[in-house]
Design a binder for this molecule. Structure first.
Ligand code: AMP
Length: 275
């Protein structure tokens, strides 16, 4: 990968990277399309990164289908697919990790300790292998994108980070490789998450300025749906990912939800741009 990226650089090509864990869906493909549009060369990576999974999480059973993914990427005319093995990335004796402090600790960081440390480490390694000019991430994982932006800023990577909108199923469920875990009944229940987010959007569009009131109202809805176990609801400013006391015009906020439906943990969010 180093020799490919060096020769692309020598030719003055702009390289776009789309890092994924595979089992591709339209959400991933939207990032690929953006990269193909903006860059001369697009590199997709597929790597199910063991260091971002907790000991009781789904690393082993995470869905994988490299042949299907390969076919989808070829159809999109992606230039390179980078699929290192776990042993190549983390050979025995590996001991270096990249950690972003404050922004990694709340929300996902609270429920998945060490998750972001694994993410920033692998993304850092991919940046070093691929040397991209642009890297594309999904708003679906809004905190992840904020953590990566912080890392890029702090470590002075010369990489333009682009965050692309959430792609949803026809009925509003945010696309995710983990949706295959849902039984038909759970899938119907899971729609509740997006509905709650739309309800919050409506409250804020109706000039509700207290994040606490919005969150309380959302909690009331979730309390009615016992089969969904909330991990958190939060409202943060879109830049620093900090919780706020007041929603103010001219600012952007994320409404965040993480919940478990059966054994499947789902996250979703809504970006609010207040005029
Ligand atoms: P993953 O394979 O789950 O690690 O995701 C790889 C990239 O695709 C991440 O930047 C995700 O945020 C992004 N992504 C995942 N699902 C979606 C979606 N529904 N819409 C847009 N981007 C997504």
């Amino acid at each position: 990968m180093h020799s490919v990226s060096h020769s692309l650089k020598r030719m003055g090509k702009k390289i776009g990277l789309v890092p994924t864990m595979g089992y591709l869906h339209e959400g991933h493909l939207s990032l690929i399309k953006k990269s193909l549009e903006l860059c001369d060369v697009t590199v997709a990576s597929i790597f199910v990164n063991p260091s971002q999974f907790g000991p009781s999480e789904d690393y082993e059973k995470y869905p994988r289908d490299i042949e299907r993914d390969n076919k989808l990427l070829k159809e999109q005319n992606v230039d390179y697919l980078f699929t290192p093995s776990a042993d190549e990335i983390y050979p025995s004796g590996y001991q270096t990790y990249v950690e972003v402090n404050e922004i990694s600790k709340k929300f996902e960081g609270e429920f998945r300790p060490n998750h972001f440390k694994g993410v920033t480490t692998i993304v850092s390694i991919l940046f070093n292998c691929i040397q991209p000019d642009y890297a594309f991430f999904g708003q679906k994982d809004a905190q992840q994108a904020a953590v990566i932006k912080q890392m890029v800023n702090d470590l002075k990577y010369d990489i333009d980070i682009r965050v692309c909108p959430i792609i949803r199923e026809y009925d509003g469920l945010a696309m995710s490789s983990r949706n295959v875990y849902l039984s038909p009944e759970e899938r119907t229940k899971a729609l509740f998450i997006h509905k709650a987010l739309l309800y919050a959007r409506k409250l804020i569009e109706g000039k509700e300025t207290s994040p606490q009131t919005v969150v309380d109202n959302m909690r009331v809805i979730f309390n009615e749906e016992k089969s969904i176990k909330l991990d958190y609801i939060g409202i943060v400013n879109a830049y620093g990912f900090r919780e706020v006391d007041l929603l103010e015009d001219g600012n952007e906020y994320y409404i965040l939800v993480a919940a478990r439906v059966g054994n499947t943990r789902l996250i979703d969010n809504e970006l609010m741009r207040l005029q």
